[in-house]
Design a protein around this ligand. Structure first.
Ligand SMILES: N[C@@H](CCC(=O)N[C@@H](CS)C(=O)NCC(=O)O)C(=O)O
Length: 240
């Protein structure tokens, strides 16, 4: 005999039309990306989800209005930043490159052998420590009208960004991809802010090997531009 609460739940479920129930279950099991439209860190994740054809719902958080600093958001990511991926289980994962690693596991975008994996990490740490704090920050200050208030720091940011682009130019002088002979999440991580570096005043024409690599990344199947803000629908469903 079934427990009364189980019988009650079954009764409640039977009142839902079957199609609606399936749709609700699919929606509940969907990945949710908390994101901001201008963010290259968010774009890394959007781009990988599209490339892998993984359905997701995108939730816009206005960082300029403090929407990542609310108690609700801080409970998901105490660091108060997007991108944040809510998994099917309801658990949250923050940090763009950690999210890339999680999603790419078992796909051709993350190699299997230990040395190649370590090299992917090498370039992802480079991106976070030597590239993003310069290239992305100058772009953000330009976009948010904060260049003047940060004028004293701009030259150091510019030097840091040029140094990072020069390292990339040297590495790509005699190879097509950052690690091995195929596109990996190291390329996706570095592509995100490099392809829009001119928004922050850098000149891509000074970096021909980087420019050719950007074209190679953009030519990969499933590529979407940074302006693509829709989610990815599950087959037969809708995503925002
Ligand atoms: N290391 C983090 C950086 C994330 C980050 O800086 N996110 C920015 C947008 S690109 C943000 O959410 N800022 C909001 C805030 O600091 O309040 C990552 O790679 O995910």
């Amino acid at each position: 005999m079934r427990a009364p609460e189980v019988a009650q739940a079954g009764h409640t479920l039977r009142r839902f039309p079957r199609g609606l129930l399936l749709l609700l279950l699919a929606w509940a099991a969907m990945l949710r990306l908390f994101d901001y439209f201008e963010s290259g860190n968010g774009y890394k994740v959007r781009l990988l989800l599209h490339r892998l054809g993984i359905p997701f719902e995108r939730i816009e958080c206005d960082i300029l209005k403090g929407e990542t600093r609310t108690p609700g958001f801080l409970a998901r990511n105490p660091n108060g930043r997007i991108p944040l991926l809510e998994l099917e289980s309801g658990e949250s994962l923050a940090e763009s490159n950690a999210i890339l690693w999680y999603l790419a596991e078992g796909t051709p975008l993350l190699p299997a052998d230990p040395l190649s994996r370590a090299r992917v990490l090498q370039w992802m740490f480079f991106e976070q420590y030597s590239h993003e704090p310069y290239v992305a920050v100058l772009r953000f200050w330009t976009f948010a009208g904060r260049l003047e208030e940060n004028a004293a720091q701009v030259p150091a940011k510019r030097d840091g960004g040029e140094a990072a682009l020069a390292v990339m130019e040297g590495h790509l002088a005699d190879r097509d991809w950052f690690v091995g002979d195929a596109c990996s999440i190291a390329d996706i991580a570095l592509y995100a802010y490099t392809h829009v570096c001119e928004d922050g005043g850098f000149e891509l024409s000074r970096y021909p090997a980087v420019s050719a690599w950007l074209d190679r990344v953009a030519g990969q199947p499933g590529h979407v531009p940074i302006t693509e803000l829709s989610g990815l629908a599950a087959p037969g469903g809708a995503a925002s």
